[in-house]
Design a protein. Sequence first.
Length: 250
Amino acid sequence: MTDPIPIRFTPALIIVDFQEDFCPPNGSLAVPDARSITPTINRLLSLPFAVRIATKDWHPANHISFASNHPAPNNMPFTNEITITNPHNPSETQTTRLWPNHCVQHTSGAALVPELDIDRVQHVVEKGQDPRVEMYSAFADPFLSPTVSRSGLADMLRAAEVTHVFIVGLALDYCVKFTALDAAKEGFATYVIAEGTKPVDPGAWADVGNTFAGNGVGLIREDSTMVDKVRNLGGKGAVLRDAEVPTVAL
């Protein structure tokens, strides 16, 4: 009997949009109980990930997702939706929810929360700068023909020879979800750590979990076997064998 084929294990941690405007008590788009994920994220930052990245929503004041930039009466944040057209392809459209102004460039609301152990973060990736398109994913906007805006995150991960991506941050049902789905599409083994994220809509956990399960994304806990693999890393990378690679755990 031959040995299982070894699989390289070079993990990255991505902290999605852990910013003041997404956190109580003063955030304009505060996610319920968002600051409670801080201890989990800081513990993860202390682990020997090959690369540790934070992302930031970094919107111009005239961003298309801001309800204040649309005429009444259909400009109620959280309630109304708009259809966005690909500026390079009028036949391609996306529907998105309208939001309060949030994470405007160079404002206090766009800052990463001060509780975050920022000294352990190696790179900060900004997203959402194009006022014409929504961009929940930290990789790219949702348009395909063509994509309008890319953050460079995929190239950064590949340059570090990353194989596995672990995702935390805000919010589970929007930017975390779409970042995870895109990470899997980019070919990375992808895991979202449940204690490290919160949703905008508290009832979203089941739907998001089903979406992850259907797209090869693991929703795992901080004490999972996969996080233990990171804890046990020695040197730059490690090797997993087929028998050690877990199935998606919900």
